[in-house]
Design a protein around this ligand. Structure first.
Ligand code: A2P
Length: 278
């Protein structure tokens, strides 16, 4: 079984989940089914990934009871108006063939449109209606978090942001924690980039008899972050869950932090100019 973290609303989130960006079609369906059979109990989708149909079908066909899988999806930016957001959530559920989400996130704040508070109010309503258990956000800066908390009195359970060795993001993780928000990491392995072949990472992999991906996932976990690695490779999928039987030292975690080069997809941009990437 996968260890879990308790969210600020009392629900439990598995400490590693499967990212599903770009998992689509028959292949995607098979890969998600096999991930669930291999032990994944948290699956992260989004309306914009255009895969809610196969994700939901894989969950329904997996043979694992619905209440044992933590299912997440995300609201597209074009549906931030209150009524549109509520519709989008019910349509998202219909595509999945499910009657509730464990977690639903506002995918991007898109602050220029000034509608994310309205979208947040819709998530609060959907939660009251029983359509969503936990509500959260993604790619929110501290100022966006404070705005929705101040205007509604409801704190998100999760903020999912980009984190990997080239974009360590210590400050945002601390800002989330300060507000009682659990941080999830998208692209936790740096999108399969050269972070996996950094000498320090390879050296630690040899030391612990693990693969570089497992070292990076351990680095996230020890920083209190819930990583959502995605993989189309069954061996990688399996390996990415097998990260609870070893521990890096504090110095090793710090050594990986030094790879930071502020190389994030949204770094350096005016938050008002954020685009919706996916
Ligand atoms: P593959 O599908 O061949 O496993 P991210 O989650 O940061 O976006 O990274 C995903 C990328 O990392 C994919 O290209 C995936 O390739 C690769 N990947 C996933 N898990 C591992 C692993 N344990 N070791 C090496 N590469 C991995």
């Amino acid at each position: 079984t996968i260890p879990e973290v308790v969210l600020n609303d009392g629900y439990k989130l598995p400490k590693v989940g499967l990212g599903t960006y770009q998992l689509r079609g028959g292949m995607g369906y098979q890969q998600i089914i096999s991930a669930i059979k291999d032990g994944y109990r948290s699956i992260d989708s989004a309306t914009n990934y255009d895969n809610e149909g196969i994700v939901g079908k894989a969950i329904r066909d997996s043979g694992v009871p619905r209440d044992q899988i933590f299912v997440s999806s995300k609201l597209p930016g074009k549906y931030h108006h209150y009524d549109d957001a509520l519709n989008a959530i019910t349509e998202s559920l219909a595509r999945m063939g499910l009657d509730y989400f464990d977690l639903y996130l506002i995918h991007w704040p898109l602050p220029k449109r000034k509608l994310y508070v309205e979208a947040w109010q819709a998530l609060i309503t959907a939660q009251k209606l029983g359509l969503i258990k936990s509500i959260g956000v993604s790619n929110f800066e501290p100022e966006h978090l404070d705005r929705i908390i101040q205007e509604t009195g409801v704190t998100p359970s999760v903020n999912q942001i980009e984190i990997h060795p080239y974009w360590v993001n210590d400050e945002r993780v601390q800002e989330n924690a300060k507000r009682g928000i659990v941080t999830e990491a998208w692209s936790p392995l740096g999108r399969g980039s050269s972070a996996l072949s950094e000498p320090i990472v390879v050296k630690l992999a040899e030391k612990y008899q693990k693969n570089p991906g497992q070292i990076l996932l351990r680095w996230h976990l020890q920083r209190g972050i819930v990583p959502l690695p995605k993989s189309t490779n069954l061996n990688h999928q399996r390996a990415n869950l097998d990260v609870f039987d070893f521990e890096l030292t504090g110095d090793e975690v710090k050594a990986i932090n030094t790879l930071n080069r502020q190389d994030g997809r949204i770094d350096g941009q005016d938050p008002n100019e954020y685009e919706e990437f996916e």
